[in-house]
Design a protein around this ligand. Structure first.
Ligand SMILES: [Zn+2]
Ligand SMILES: [Zn+2]
Length: 252
């Protein structure tokens, strides 16, 4: 059984022309999992899968460019008579409180009627249909996780937002496709520490983890995309691409 990754949104921090915020659809057989739900990404999701047909949602952290579309998804599902049951929602710490905090006081109970929330952290494992998920704690401004998804010997790893570190290398080890943030280009010393990766840093994680293919995402709006690609290719010898909204990758 193969695995298909569809990029729903790949913008860093805020949407841009033709580019929505972080969202990735992972499908295998009849199972569909949404990784992150940043600004606008669930609009692209519904080109492929109805919200009610998602088998699970994973939210890497509480920053709005990764979770805010679940507010709209909540209303869509609440008024959808064809919804069959609660959708499992696996969120890093503070995701649930952030989302329910944006809703009116009586709505957090309603939120629980739509989503079945479980908080996740590093080392947690979840099985969704044929997909085996494992998480690693990320280095970021808020609690955050990176996600590894395996099926039939194929491995996809999504970094989420991260400044890297040994846990990211460990969870990315040998991945067939490593979807890694590269928010910035140039010298890491020019940026605040502990939040994001530069292109070279992301590529170095790919080298250290010996991944097969690197796809860079979450490139900041003001960052030169060609420079990101060039700098990553200076470090990582394997195939490197920049994510684009609606791009599809198939494993297996
Ligand atoms: Zn982000
Ligand atoms: Zn973030």
């Amino acid at each position: 059984m193969g695995l298909e990754l569809t990029v729903l949104g790949c913008a860093g921090s805020h949407p841009a022309a033709g580019r929505l915020c972080s969202g990735y659809l992972v499908r295998s057989g009849g199972t569909s999992v949404l990784l992150d739900a940043g600004n606008g990404s669930t609009a692209n999701l519904q080109r492929f899968v109805a919200l009610r047909d998602l088998d699970a949602i994973v939210i890497s952290h509480r920053h709005v460019d990764h979770c805010i579309d679940l507010i709209g998804a909540f209303y869509a599902l609440r008024f959808d008579p064809a919804v069959g049951g609660r959708i499992p929602l696996y969120g890093a710490a503070e995701v649930y409180d952030t989302l329910t905090g944006l809703m009116s006081a009586d709505s957090s109970m309603a939120f629980d009627e739509i989503f079945q929330h479980t908080q996740v952290r590093g080392e947690d494992q979840v099985q969704i249909g044929p997909l085996a998920l494992r998480f690693a704690d990320s280095v970021h401004a808020t609690p955050a996780v990176s996600t590894r998804i395996e099926v039939d010997g194929q491995a996809l790893v999504y970094s989420g937002d991260t400044a890297g570190g040994p846990e990211l290398v460990r969870i990315a080890r040998g991945a067939d496709l490593f979807l890694c943030e590269a928010t910035w280009a140039g010298d890491a010393a020019d940026y605040p520490p502990g939040i994001h990766l530069t292109a070279r840093e992301a590529a170095q994680v790919a080298v250290d983890a010996e991944v097969r293919k690197l796809v860079l995402t979450h490139i900041a709006g003001g960052t030169d995309r060609d420079r990101v690609l060039h700098e990553a290719r200076e470090v990582f010898d394997g195939p490197v691409e920049l994510a684009e909204d609606l791009a599809v990758y198939r494993l297996g």
